[in-house]
Ligand binder design. Structure first.
Ligand code: SF4
Length: 63
């Protein structure tokens, strides 16, 4: 499974970073960077939480 981001919807608030810091980082420029796309099995719950926490619905998980 991998994490996907619609950058047109992302506003760089960084909630996903606070939920899953190993996967997301918002730079000083306010741009979101995905640090890892492939989701480790043990991180699936964390990434599902990041998806539901995103206020702009910019994240989803692809199988
Ligand atoms: S929580 Fe959503 S809007 Fe905020 S930085 Fe992450 S993907 Fe972007």
């Amino acid at each position: 499974m991998r994490i996907c981001v619609d950058m047109d919807k992302c506003t760089g608030l960084g909630i996903c970073e606070s939920v899953a810091p190993d996967y997301f980082e918002v730079g000083d420029d306010g741009e979101l960077r995905v640090l890892k796309q492939e989701i480790a099995v043990e991180d699936v719950t964390e990434l599902e939480e990041a998806v539901t926490s995103c206020p702009t619905e910019a994240l989803w998980i692809e199988s």
